[in-house]
Unconditional design. Structure first.
Length: 204
């Protein structure tokens, strides 16, 4: 909109450039307009996030205690932002609920649990339970329902993984020479089917 207005003013002047003091006034005015536009855009985005969070918490109020598959969408020192796969709402798993000695690795964008060594990063799949949903505070609190990793649609702990045999199929050993198939004899063509009918009586 501002570009259109500036072009209109430029054409109204017949394409003549602004005087120095006019240019300074215009630059100061445009700086204020740009700052106000940016401020209003940020306020609009915050209002949109607040409305989404309010209705998400309102929707989840009757689902407290239920479990959902989720994907970690953000990591911070205070917890894991997780998006529930089935309902597409986001909640927070507080870091203190993960265990003792939780450390936030900013460079890797992940949380490391000191007692178990488990790591939680953006994109990891987890199973969570809804602890609370508070529309007034626009907050959904979650906790991990199972501590483990996803493998073949089944959640396994590290101990399970260590005890699980490899599922990679083994190739069958090639059959030894002469086994499992008959080799044709060299130099002898395959036998042709007989088209003879029985000899007539009396010979030739």
């Amino acid at each position: 909109l501002m570009v259109h207005r500036l072009l209109k003013e430029h054409w109204a002047r017949g394409g003549q450039p602004l005087r120095e003091h006019e240019r300074d006034e215009q630059e100061a005015y445009l700086a204020g307009v740009a700052a106000q536009c940016s401020d209003r855009e940020r306020a609009s985005m915050k209002a949109e996030r607040d409305v989404d969070a309010f209705y998400s918490a309102l929707y989840m109020q009757d689902k407290v205690g239920e479990k959902f598959k989720a994907v970690i969408s953000g990591v911070a020192d205070f917890g894991l932002f997780s998006e529930l796969e089935e309902v597409f709402v986001e909640g927070l798993v507080p870091s203190e609920s993960l265990g003792e000695g939780v450390k936030f690795e900013k460079e890797m964008q992940r949380l490391v649990v000191g007692t178990s060594g488990r790591t939680y990063s953006i994109g990891d799949g987890i199973v969570v339970e809804v602890v609370s949903a508070d529309p007034a505070r626009r907050r959904i609190t979650l906790t991990l329902a199972q501590k483990g990793v996803m493998q073949s649609e089944r959640w396994l702990t590290p101990a399970d993984l260590a005890a699980t045999p490899s599922s990679k199929p083994r190739r069958p050993a090639p059959p030894a020479a002469g086994q499992g198939q008959r080799r044709p004899q060299r130099g002898s063509p395959p036998a042709r089917p007989s088209h003879h009918k029985g000899r007539r009586g009396g010979g030739r």
